[in-house]
Design a protein around this ligand. Structure first.
Ligand code: ATP
Ligand code: MG
Length: 414
């Protein structure tokens, strides 16, 4: 198998580095996942490197573990980028076709996108993505692809995502120190959107929420494209900290109690007959006892606060009305807590579902089809999937056999 047909996705989270290796399915049905590994890492918080050597160590360990499973060597990675150092906004561009033939070419499309991205940004930031949302031709809006059509005035609406150059360079340096090349930095939310939000949901209007440990990422999709994205410096580790403080225990015990006994909605507990849980206090020795309902009472206010902030962000985005039909698609480790979809539905007042990769898009062992692996899976699928949506302007657009084959499959599917 040619080297170019192996794709590696790397997701560097606040508690783990996750690596997935995949290859296009030989029958042309999406991506086949050959290996995946998740390694604890304390080197980053909310997408920002705090300890570069610890991060590099975890990256090396995660990639090597995934390589062993996949029986493949990795050279370059699609690197997930997230965190509140990212910001995004919408912009427009307009381009006059001065030629006599007036047929729109790919060069014209590139030119109008260049115009739309020509905005002043501060020296310490850089553009990560420019995603065309829709085109206009001679004042007719909503043209999905103007190439081959005739017109004098070509317009485009774009969604632009910028990142802090320093933070971007530090994650890339950690990957380089681990011995790998960054093929392309990819905003994690976009990779997740391709994987978890169906084309119908993207068309109808949906909210994607990646509920991480230290970051909540929000994406609003409508009419087939991303309209709004936001990185919030809040996350599920805050719930763990509340439990640690409330139960006077350490973070590791609080994490275990949250995962094994936590619930984020009152409907999940019977009124009586609760069995007490024994756990170790903050000293790691003394025995304490707690009822599951007491755990819920400690964590509920934080869950409510997080979803209230999410609701306010959506309202302030001016795209609130767009997301109601498709509702919210939840992912990230934070969304695994029992009762989170119910809490989301109640507080956001819209339908909620757990976002799981469609089995036709990725073929992976069940152990990898979980929210912990979703971003890395999305990154593996991203280079081929981005061709069939409007998000077709990654920094380096590859036209390899891999991309063409999977693109064709995606086109056939939808
Ligand atoms: N089974 C589970 N039940 C409840 N919570 C869980 C479960 N698994 C993971 N979590 C929580 O999910 C959070 C981590 O989520 P995730 O792995 O998406 O974040 P991350 O990528 O490490 O962080 P970030 O993306 O914010 O930098 C932690 O707070 C963890 O406690
Ligand atoms: Mg993550």
């Amino acid at each position: 198998m040619a080297k170019s047909e192996i794709v590696c996705g790397l997701d560097m989270g606040s508690s783990r580095v996750v690596c997935v290796i995949g290859t296009p399915d030989p029958e042309g049905h999406g991506m086949r996942i050959l290996g995946g590994a998740s390694v604890p890492c304390r080197g980053l918080k909310g997408g920002v490197v705090l300890n570069i050597h610890e991060t590099a160590r975890a990256v090396r360990a995660a990639v090597e573990k995934a390589e062993e499973q996949a029986h493949q060597m990795v050279h370059g990675v699609y690197l997930g980028i997230r965190g509140s150092h990212l910001s995004s906004f919408n912009n427009k561009g307009a381009y006059n076709i001065a030629r006599t033939d007036k047929e729109i070419t790919e060069e014209d499309v590139r030119a109008v996108i260049e115009i739309a991205k020509a905005i002043p940004i501060s020296q310490d930031r850089e553009i990560l993505h420019v995603i065309p949302q829709s085109y206009g031709l001679d004042r007719t809006r909503g043209v999905p692809n103007p190439v081959g059509m005739e017109g004098s005035l070509l317009e485009v609406d774009v969604h632009i995502i910028t990142a802090s150059s320093g933070h971007l360079n530090n994650v890339s340096r950690a990957v380089a120190e681990a011995g790998f090349e960054v093929i392309e930095p990819v905003y994690s939310l976009l990779a997740l959107g391709e994987l978890l939000v169906s084309p119908e949901e993207r068309e109808l209007g949906s909210l994607l929420m990646d509920f991480g440990g230290h970051t909540v990422s929000l994406g609003i999709y409508s009419e087939g494209a991303i309209r709004y994205s936001k990185e919030l410096a809040i996350g599920a580790d805050f719930i763990t900290r509340d439990l640690a403080i409330g139960l006077r225990t350490n973070m590791a015990t609080a994490e275990k109690l949250k995962i094994e006994h936590g619930a984020a909605h009152p409907s999940l507990f019977p009124e009586d007959g609760e069995k007490e849980i024994v756990f170790k206090g903050v000293d790691g020795r003394s025995e304490q006892r707690v009822k599951p309902s007491s755990i819920m009472n400690i964590l509920l206010p934080r869950v409510e606060q997080i979803f209230t902030v999410v609701g306010e962000e959506v309202q302030n985005s001016t795209f609130a009305d767009l997301v109601v039909p498709g509702g919210v698609v939840l992912t990230g480790g934070g969304a695994v807590l029992r009762g989170i979809p119910q809490a989301a539905e109640q507080i956001l007042n819209m339908p909620a579902r757990q976002g799981l990769p469609h089995p036709d898009l990725v073929h992976a062992a069940d152990t990898l089809m979980t929210p912990t692996f979703s971003t890395a899976l999305g990154l593996v699928c991203y280079p081929s999937a981005k061709g069939f949506t409007l998000s077709a302007t990654g920094p380096k657009r590859s036209d390899s056999r891999l991309v063409r084959r999977v693109k064709k499959w995606f086109e056939d599917l939808f």
